[in-house]
Design a protein around this ligand. Structure first.
Ligand SMILES: Cc1ncc(COP(=O)(O)O)c(C=O)c1O
Length: 359
């Protein structure tokens, strides 16, 4: 087999080798069924077991309370940008958005199609390099939406934003879902595209309070009503079976690592190694403010675009891929999701050190 290299891609991203090996085994025959995982009917017993186990593992890992639905949806997190307001925002209502990056901006664009939007806080004034400390909420928002980790700008909420009691908090957790313990009961809804911390692209996890599931309008397309998906356990139509299968394997892997507390410790160690190096480097500089730094996506620059390119090329030569920063920040971005091994971060720091020493 071709040697695997260090993959710092922002998503789709590195998956645990154990998961890929198990999936490989089951491509030709899921267990002893004689039919590969990709080929099983979504209504058959074999797939149903996969589906139910994936949901049970999400519930167990996330400590998801019984009054929440766990849904496996399609259309990516971007579909949720539209589905959330389509279901929970009426024309005469206002939803509050915390705008901490490009994905939040995209969510706002969709919300404006359905109702009014109040920007409760924004860090756009400094190209989203920080998480605002305070937000100003509207009088009675339909919900409050935030992005827990800003994949492009390398910032992350250290904890949930504080919101007025009784308000509904909705989170796009696409790039830090299950990277640390989460208290689901603080949220009305959490959603995440799977392709960073949970599996492949093509499946989106949504966890939402059952009373909310039921509250949406009935005059929108059936597929876009949360109640449809909840009533049918995400099996209203053919679900992304392979994605849900891999998501289940990834959750099983997280559980084996010791659950979300152990995963968080591992992620903190990885990010710590890179930030520690960055903070003493005379060449590289982290772009996010210290108190707002992401554990998942570390963005950094040399301050010289040509030098950044040289570094990315040197890293590629050393077997490190996916380090080019998003064009809106430039420089480099090291995405270090759950499955990225410590050894990959160590290799990155070594390449940075060598590059810096060579001048
Ligand atoms: C925080 C965040 N939200 C939303 C998205 C969009 O996700 P999708 O491509 O699944 O629509 C991304 C993709 O990188 C993201 O990082």
């Amino acid at each position: 087999m071709t040697q695997r290299i260090h993959n710092f891609s922002a998503g789709p991203a590195v998956l645990p080798v154990e998961v890929l090996e198990e999936a490989r085994e089951n491509l030709l025959s899921l267990g002893k069924s004689g039919i590969g995982i990709l080929e099983h009917s979504h209504r058959g017993k074999a797939y149903m077991a996969v589906h139910e186990e994936a949901e049970a593992l999400v519930r167990e890992l996330g400590g998801v309370p019984a009054d929440y639905d766990v849904l496996f949806l399609q259309g990516g997190a971007s579909m949720q940008f539209g589905m959330v307001p389509m279901n929970f925002l009426r024309k005469d209502q206002t939803a509050d958005y915390l705008v901490t990056g490009a994905w939040a901006q995209k969510a706002v664009i969709e919300a404006k199609l359905f109702g009014k939007v109040h920007i409760a806080s924004s860090s756009e004034d400094r190209n989203f390099c920080y998480i605002p400390q305070k937000s100003e909420f509207s009088a009675s928002p339909a919900y409050i939406h935030f992005t827990s980790n800003n994949t492009i700008f390398g910032t992350q909420f250290a904890a949930e934003p504080s919101i007025p009691a009784g308000q509904k908090l909705i989170c796009d957790a696409s790039s830090d879902i299950f990277s640390r313990p989460i208290d689901v009961s603080k949220y009305a809804m959490i959603y995440a595209g799977a392709q960073k911390n949970l599996g492949p692209s093509g499946v989106t996890l949504a966890i939402l309070r059952k009373d909310l599931t039921e509250s949406g309008p009935k005059d929108i397309p059936t597929m876009l009503q949360y109640r449809t998906q909840a009533a049918e356990h995400s099996l209203y139509n053919t679900p992304p079976t392979f994605g849900i299968y891999i998501l289940g394997l990834v959750c099983k892997w997280i559980k084996k690592q010791g659950g979300l507390t152990a995963i968080e410790k591992n992620n903190q160690e990885k990010a710590g190694k890179l930030y520690t190096y960055l903070d003493q480097s005379k060449l590289f500089k982290a772009t996010a403010d210290v108190g707002s730094r992401s554990q998942m996506n570390v963005t950094f620059v040399t301050g010289d675009g040509a030098k950044d390119e040289l570094f990315i090329a040197a890293a590629k030569k050393a077997g490190l891929d996916g380090l080019k920063g998003h064009r809106s920040v430039g420089g480099m971005r090291a995405s270090m999701y759950n499955a990225l091994p410590q050894a990959s971060v160590e290799a990155l720091v070594q390449v940075m050190r060598d590059f810096e020493q060579q001048g």
